[in-house]
Write a protein that binds this ligand. Structure first.
Ligand code: PYC
Length: 311
């Protein structure tokens, strides 16, 4: 029986893990990254589960696979995925990807472009390891939407795109502390179901904001699509936040916004306007990732849990 060998490099960005597949994954047939994602989703979804789900992975793990890009300016294409499906963009994962490419000696300090299924992302890798990415165009789609959340009551938030869809809540009764994670997860999961059933089925990330505790401007708690919370400040969530701050005139173009995660790890965000009339910005997010493992996954068809435990 032949084993499938899959080479991965693991890292974490502000505590949030990323597993990058660098060799041994399926061939999605080329074309745009979005077209390759469609093939991945339809024909190879069990491979996604094998890489990130238990018993090899865990709910919190975000995976990424390097794919060819038809854009000659891009160093690589990348598809991000998690325990339940696929992500549009992933900020912490992009920072992990850049650190991984540097670790592998594939890039040095300087600028590179990455092709994702929702658009091109530009990253800068500094000699000290800091990564700064310019995310896909981001915007607020709807301000102050109130949803009725069973067991909680009315909750008001903004709907915004930062490479994934977010519902951002500033006013709520919960303390954003690590020892309240179960309560925060329960509350945000309920909010997500209410948001999805009350007009916004596309929203799959819920983001709560509270006062900073590590010298930043704000602390967040982000519930990801598969019910795991983001250990990092969430790059796409910070992008969505910047779009809301820009739309409300609460942050000037170029000014710094330090977003803390529930762990106290930080991303520094800034933005430039792309289209002021439409409220469209280019979010610029800086952070650091640490590579912490190189491994070969072994996929053995005789293993009853070879393709991961799917819930
Ligand atoms: O950093 O964008 C992000 C992210 C999305 C889901 C987990 N992390």
């Amino acid at each position: 029986m032949k084993l499938q060998r899959v080479q991965v490099v693991d890292s974490h960005t502000g505590g949030e893990p990323t597993r990058i597949i660098v060799a041994g994954g399926p061939d999605f047939g080329g074309g745009s990254v979005a077209a390759q994602l469609a093939v991945f989703r339809t024909l190879h979804d069990r491979f996604r589960s094998a890489v990130v789900n238990e018993p090899r992975g865990s709910d919190v793990l975000v995976g990424a696979i390097l794919v060819p890009s038809p854009d000659p300016a891009c160093t690589t294409g990348v598809i991000f995925f998690n325990n339940v499906g696929y992500l549009g963009m992933c900020g912490h994962g992009t920072i992990g990807l850049v650190a991984t490419l540097a670790h592998l000696g594939r890039i040095g300090p300087g600028e590179l472009h990455l092709d994702t299924c929702v658009g091109r992302v530009t990253a800068h890798f500094a000699a000290d390891g800091a990564v700064t990415l310019t995310n896909v165009p981001s915007y607020r789609a709807k301000k102050a939407v109130t949803v009725d959340v069973p067991g909680i009551g009315p909750v008001t938030g903004d709907v915004a795109w930062g490479g994934n869809w977010f519902f951002l809540v500033g006013e709520h009764p919960w303390a954003l502390e690590l020892n309240h994670v179960e309560q925060l997860t329960d509350a945000t999961w309920r909010i997500r179901q209410a948001v999805n059933s009350q007009g916004f089925p596309e929203v799959d990330h819920i983001e709560l904001f509270g006062p900073p505790r590590a010298g930043g401007h704000s602390r967040n708690f982000v519930l990801c699509p598969g019910k795991a919370y983001d250990r990092s400040p969430c790059g796409t969530g910070t992008s969505a936040k910047l779009a809301c701050l820009a739309a409300d005139g609460k942050l000037a173009a170029g000014a710094e916004w330090i977003q803390e995660s529930i762990l106290g790890s930080t991303f520094t965000g800034r933005f430039r306007w792309l289209d002021r009339a439409k409220g469209e910005i280019a979010p610029i997010i800086s952070g650091t990732a640490h590579v912490n493992s190189e491994a070969t996954l072994l996929l053995d068809e005789r293993d009853p849990f070879c393709w991961g435990i799917r819930t």
